[in-house]
Design a protein around this ligand. Structure first.
Ligand code: ATP
Length: 598
């Protein structure tokens, strides 16, 4: 560490990294229980990685062949991967699957069978990462009739060229089981360490990543042109932008005190959509940057008809709305539209409207730095009046009473509350700050809002609940700065039998033998779970507590949720890194008792 590196690997070999070498790093990452060690291992890997290999390495670390938002899939499930293993090592599908059942992991089954077959190639011929990556991409791009046979064949030939450990990791790619426990901010830190020996580039890298959502692109740009080039990367049509998020304040008075004047909009209770338009080409991304275009055909069509700007990136909330009665349908109805099947029928039965509330890019120009007020005007110009896309109305005021009027009106329309916006604020990708402040209807608990957490373990219970294998859940918040998940509470009561069963089923694929490296906990649960399953919770209050590391000070006093209750599973629209942050928990703690809104 501390060694300077400028694109030439420290051993003096400047060619490439072999796939067999890459998997040695994967193995190290998996065996690590601390977050700093993850950064060190990755920095060492990236110090050796030449420019062209940076994107393949960054994507493979996430078990992918492209950035998250590009739906590039290999298209081989368990059975076909088993066929490929059988083909590569002279076995048959049944034998491979039997081994898979016994070991519980197809990668391990592949490694065992490869080792037994004794056909391991000489290490000197081991293929470079780049080559393996290109051939995997080729498999993903093979489509059409009879393509499965060709995919299996290419995958088998790849396996035949690799050592057993490489076979293990290779099989995880098509099955989406890479799970090295590495978060995006950790990769960005590693980029920075690899280039300058410390974290100083993180901020610039993070901004570029928030605007392009492509780790490979950010890395490659850094390798090619340094941080100056990265600073020139910005939003582009087709790449989802990390959404700006809202803070909370407990009352109308507090909001006006903080913002002075505020543009108050209804808070629509639907799906957040980010619409990208280039001519007739429309893409719609979700809150967690997934491509949802196929699920919302009427909104894509509406964008084609109503958006007059040639190119645009704008945001809104999609929900079912009846313009005649001015009624919004409840979220439970809208949510049916998340299903991927029968899209056309449900779209006809329950057409969605988009309430557009912000614009980031219009007619080839980035407008994120313009004020909210200017952006709203640009939005009104970019979108023509019509019945699919409506512009969210804003009422600007400096009076708490007027803000409350909009709030009450919104509640009467069956909505959740309001979002108050600072009129002179820019659009900051991925930032949660007081540019936007949400005020919601009071909830059943005493806390002003629900909290999203991620499950990191469970503790076996006694008595009746053992039937479901879980007695209490250990859950965590997120610290985006350090890219770690510190625990914040245990949920032990209040879950129905059905919920327990669902918890068990959802956590099952993520059970981990050891504490996942990014989890911080003083409690040792019966079973660790990789942070993947996101739940929404209500709690009575937040207390200071030495038990949980969320927000812990030097004396070890952290924060804990008291009497937490499960509200819903949020895995579909939130990634683990989207859960409530440590800072938000501390703010909620400080706001307790200040609530005055009905
Ligand atoms: P978050 O998205 O902030 O993590 P969350 O999923 O719990 O939190 P809420 O607390 O309900 O969501 O509020 C924020 C969300 O409200 C935004 O992400 C957006 O989807 C939605 N929203 C609805 N109406 C508006 C509006 N007029 N302006 C901005 N956002 C709005």
């Amino acid at each position: 560490r501390g060694r300077q590196y400028n694109g030439v690997n420290p051993e003096g070999r400047d060619g490439f990294v072999r796939f067999s070498e890459l998997v040695q790093y994967f193995l190290k990452l998996e065996g690590t229980s601390g977050r700093n060690a993850l950064v060190e291992i990755l920095a060492e890997l990236f110090m050796r990685t030449p420019t062209e290999d940076v994107p393949p390495t960054a994507y493979l670390l996430q078990g992918r062949l492209a950035p998250y938002f590009e739906p590039v899939e290999i298209g081989l499930g368990n059975n076909y991967v088993a066929d490929a293993i059988a083909r590569a090592f002279g076995s048959d599908r049944a034998t491979v699957l039997e081994r898979f059942d016994r070991l519980g992991d197809i990668g391990e089954a592949a490694a065992e069978i490869a080792a037994e077959s004794g056909s391991s190639p000489a290490p000197t011929r081991a293929p470079p990462v780049r080559e393996i990556f290109d051939r995997l991409l080729e498999i993903a791009r093979t489509t059409g009739a009879g393509s499965v046979g060709a995919k299996v064949e290419t995958f088998a030939s790849l396996l035949g060229e690799l050592d057993p450990l490489s076979c293990n990791y290779l099989c995880r790619v098509p099955l989406g089981r890479m799970r090295l426990g590495v978060g995006d901010p950790t990769v960005l830190d590693a980029f920075s360490f690899a280039k300058v020996g410390d974290r100083s580039l993180r901020k610039g890298l993070e901004r570029a990543y928030s605007e392009t959502s492509d780790l490979g692109l950010v890395g490659k740009t850094l390798w090619e042109g340094g941080i100056e080039a990265v600073e020139c990367l910005g939003v582009r049509v087709g790449n989802p932008v990390r959404p700006a998020l809202a803070e909370r304040l407990p009352s109308a008075e507090a909001i006006i005190a903080k913002l002075g004047r505020a543009a108050v909009e209804r808070k629509y209770d639907g799906f957040r959509c980010q619409v990208h338009k280039a001519g007739d080409d429309i893409k719609i991304f979700s809150r967690n940057l997934e491509d949802m275009t196929a699920s919302f055909p009427e909104i894509a069509e509406g964008a084609r008809r109503q958006v007059v700007a040639g190119t645009a990136i704008f945001e809104g909330e999609a929900l079912a709305y009846n313009p005649l009665s001015d009624e919004y349908l409840p979220f439970q109805q809208t949510v049916r539209r998340r299903r991927k099947h029968g899209v056309e029928e449900t779209a006809a039965e329950l057409p969605l409207r988009l309430f557009a509330f912000d614009i980031l890019y219009a007619d080839g120009e980035r407008v994120m730095e313009r004020s909210y007020t200017e952006r709203h005007a640009i939005l009104e110009h970019a979108v023509e009046a019509g019945d699919t896309i409506l512009i969210s109305e804003a009422h600007t005021t400096g009076e708490p009473e007027e803000l409350l009027e909009v709030f009450n009106d919104s509640i009467q329309h069956g909505l959740e509350g309001i979002v108050a916006k600072r009129p002179d604020s820019p659009y900051q990708a991925g930032a949660r700050n007081y540019n936007w402040v949400k005020l919601k209807r009071a909830q059943a608990g005493n806390l002003q809002d629900t909290v999203d957490c991620v499950i990191v373990g469970y503790i076996y219970g006694r008595g009746r609940r053992t039937a479901f294998g879980v007695g209490a859940l250990l859950v965590a918040t997120y610290d985006p700065e350090r890219d770690v998940f510190p625990t914040v509470t245990k949920i032990g009561t209040g879950l129905s039998d059905v919920q327990w069963r669902e918890v068990r089923e959802r956590c099952e694929p993520y059970v981990s033998e050891r504490k996942p490296a990014r989890v911080e906990s003083n409690i040792e649960p019966s079973v660790w779970v990789e942070p993947q399953v996101v739940i929404e919770m209500l709690a009575d209050e937040i207390t200071r507590s030495p038990v949980h590391p969320t927000g812990a000070d030097e004396g070890g006093q952290g924060y804990a949720l008291r009497f937490p209750r499960l509200v819903s599973f949020r895995q579909e629209d939130k990634k683990p890194e989207d859960v409530t942050t440590v800072t938000e928990i501390v703010e909620l703690y400080n706001q307790q008792g200040a609530r005055t809104t009905p």
